[in-house]
Write a protein that binds this ligand. Sequence first.
Ligand SMILES: *Cc1c(COP(=O)(O)O)cnc(C)c1O
Length: 448
Amino acid sequence: MHEFTAEVEALAQEVLAYSLDRLKNDPPLDGPRTAEDLFSEVGNTITARGLGGHHALEVFTSVLAKACISTDHPRNLAFIPSAPSEYANLFDLVVGASALYGGSWQEGAGAVFAENQALRWLSDLAGLPQSAGGVFVQGGTMGNLSALVVARAEARKKHPQATRWVIACSEEAHSSIVTAANVMDVDVLKVPVAANGKLMGSAVAAAIDELHATTSSRVFAVVATSGTTNLGIIDDLKGIGTAAHDRGVWFHVDGAYGLAALCAPSVRAKFDGVEEADSFIVDPHKWLFAPFDACALIYREPELARAAHTQHASYLDTLKDGAWSPSDYAIQLTRRTRGLPFWFSLAAHGTNAYTDAMEHTITVAQAAAELVRAHPHLELICEPELSIVAFVRTGWQAKDYHNWSDQLLADQVGFIPPSSHHGQPILRFAIVNPWTKVSDIEMILSRL
Ligand SMILES: *Cc1c(COP(=O)(O)O)cnc(C)c1O
């Protein structure tokens, strides 16, 4: 198994050649195929004797990989796509070749040290104290859940008499908040947003006070979204933070997509109030040019997270030497050093390059909004706060949007699945890729 034979050497060259080609030459968008269709082409790939490395790689590169949409294509503007830097992708190859264990300081000190410096950059951008810290987890869903578990653990200490626990957030909060509530068996209080789509501190204050005055349920966390996944709207962080803290409630900021723009001076003021967060998340795999999967989860007081999340077992006690072990800060034990590709790219390029790339995507989004406004058949839903441009096509029904989107992908022009807003179908561009050009937007708009 361990011998680096001539065969392994040859496969290594093939793997590198494929990876470099994928990085150098814009791959096509590609698209899904049915399982039946794939089976008819590749059959059962798991066999007693094995396909051999060369053949298995060929099955992947020539069939399976092409049935996966390229999330980093410059005209993939769906959901929140991804745009890892070349450096980040290359370093992911290093991580893959290194058998690093990222769960404990004892086993992964050097890697954890590097991850922590990348987390420090984000924490400093948000204005949290030097004592803040956290961990890279799989994604925003796991980040939100892990933070909310800490918030509840704290609330339980203060309010042992509470009968039900409640998370307050807006209707526009990400679906992972309701998922977290289901996992935790707690309730969700959906607080109405203002006319501009933002959750405001005053509304949060009123909703919490009413709930506490009329029931024995207690709000243990307020989740502000910054910005929302659908429209990119940033809640009133300052007001919500004050409303939460005046009531002794944990303030969590879900910035999986938007908080990436903390490094962009042109929009930094929109995040004022984030410095009051007890915890926040941002996904470098969304808008910070890192590959899947990496969510930065940061706590104002990491020792509270350690108290809530540390696993105890006889064989683990040797690790409890006071050193910083990433396992202790989220729902996980074994973990990949998933923050390292992000760290490497950040370390190599420098933070100015991140600011430039971020400002560039924001500029392209503004240009896209301008083009939508000028388009005879389109109506902008709101001014983009960050880099999501949402609009409607006048006169279209849901099926028109779906047909248009399907054809756009079939023609390999772009991937823009329809979304909805207030029950109406909409289209949206989520621009997180510095390689997305205004001409790409024009190409898509010309088909509307
Ligand atoms: C994407 C997103 C999430 C979930 O993140 P995953 O990494 O997909 O788990 C949570 N909150 C917001 C606001 C998001 O945009």
